[in-house]
Ligand binder design. Structure first.
Ligand SMILES: [Zn+2]
Length: 189
């Protein structure tokens, strides 16, 4: 088996090339073998697998903040106090507002970075911003909230449009009153 040269891979990464990133990922996967033909041992052990547990533990604070911002616990149906509120959305009479973000995994530092969507939202939709991965980052999660409940005429689970949007390219994650729902590209628990 031939191994990519880690020094060359690192140099390429510093030049921000895709070839370098791919080579470095290959080095990370092969580190279990302990070194390579040239005797060079990579100084890091390679990224750990990205799992649902890691996402919730390492990005949970942001996901909870987005859930709070979506006003999921606002009154379910228009009340005298909220009837006057006019907001965009399928049913405008609510302060509920979906929120979403991208989660990127840095395959070299093995850390996550959250990029919150700022494209505007309504009670039942939110507009993703264009994902902007930085050097060594891979998009791993497409997250958004479902602040509405069945009494308001909404599904707890990902909608057909949600499922179609992520396809199998990325892992989808919806936070609703029923908890977290994973869909799209499979991610280990
Ligand atoms: Zn949705």
């Amino acid at each position: 088996m031939s191994y990519p040269d880690p020094r060359a891979a690192l140099a390429a990464i510093l030049q921000n090339s895709n070839a370098g990133r791919n080579a470095m990922r290959a080095v990370g996967r092969n580190n279990g073998g302990g070194g390579n033909a040239s005797g060079v041992v990579a100084s890091h052990v390679g990224p750990r697998p990205v799992t649902q547990t890691r996402i919730l533990e390492e990005c949970g604070q942001t996901l909870i903040a987005l859930w709070e911002q979506s006003r999921a616990h606002a009154v379910l149906l228009p009340s005298p106090a909220t009837r006057g509120l006019v907001l965009p959305g399928g049913n405008p009479q609510t302060p509920k507002n979906e929120q979403g973000c991208w989660i990127f995994h840095n395959t070299v530092s093995d850390t996550f970075r959250v990029e919150t969507w700022t494209g505007g939202s309504t009670r039942d939709s939110c507009t993703p911003t264009a994902p902007a991965p930085q050097a060594n980052e891979v998009l791993v999660v497409d997250f958004h909230t479902h602040p509405n409940v069945g009494q308001e005429g909404y599904l707890d689970t990902p909608s057909p449009a949600d499922i179609a949007a992520v396809g199998t390219a990325v892992t989808g994650l919806v936070r609703s009153h029923g908890g977290y729902h994973w869909f799209g590209k499979a991610m280990p628990a």
